[in-house]
Design a protein around this ligand. Sequence first.
Ligand code: HEM
Ligand code: HEM
Length: 205
Amino acid sequence: MQLTMLKHLKCSTMQKLANNNIQISDAHGGVRVWDPLVRIFHWSLVASFATAWFTSSSRDETHQWIGLIAAALIAFRLLWGFVGSPYARFAQFIRNPRVVFNYIIDILKSREARYVGHNPAGGMMVLALLFGVAGTALSGYLMTTDAWYGEDSMQITHSVFAYGVVLLLPGHIGGVILASVRHKENLVRAMVTGKKSQAQDGDIA
Ligand code: HEM
Ligand code: HEM
């Protein structure tokens, strides 16, 4: 294992991004990007959200327990966004809306840079998904409390959040497929192995 500081980045924004990061490369030239907890978090969140979705009319408490697992996963991820490995940190992938906007323009013009971590649009999507699942779980929990039990407003809030997340998914999965094709890198596999290929000239680490 060797530590590689990025020296080839020229513009100041890129340098700022590079200063926050180190690439940890292995013997095969891959970079460890997603730590094991991020990967376990992601696939457990997918499983718990999908299971909660498909058990939403269960007569026992299965739906509520599975939903609470999703809530616990989100709570962990919020903490990990501050103390986790470099690419897991919010500071690494939450970017100014102007940067996100320019990145989307770059995608439309087929000239977007490859990011080793989440790209600016992907980072926004990550935030939206975390917020959406958190809102779904919180409103679901509130529906079971004395204060909100049987209240239409909370039931509607719960449905709006749950359906909101489902509406985001084509954007999330479409973005993953688009970036995988454009940068010739299987991002789904990277979310399993944790590894991506090392930054080349023009990429942003
Ligand atoms: C309920 C469904 C899903 C939810 C709530 C969800 C949520 C998320 C979140 C929160 C992240 C950020 C990971 C992190 O930094 O901790 C993420 C990343 C990612 N997700 Fe999902 N996801 C879902 C479904 C999927 C599916 C079905 C796929 C596979 C096609 C997928 C592929 C990925 C990949 C590849 C990344 C990394 C993207 C990148 O390289 O920047 N996700 N997802
Ligand atoms: C985060 C994952 C969750 C998802 C995807 C989800 C999704 C849903 C959906 C789609 C419905 C049906 C809404 C409708 O009929 O329009 C529902 C109902 C409900 N959810 Fe959730 N939910 C989640 C978490 C929770 C949690 C954490 C709780 C409570 C601790 C909860 C409690 C309920 C209750 C009590 C109902 C009403 C069931 C009924 O009709 O009897 N949900 N949920």
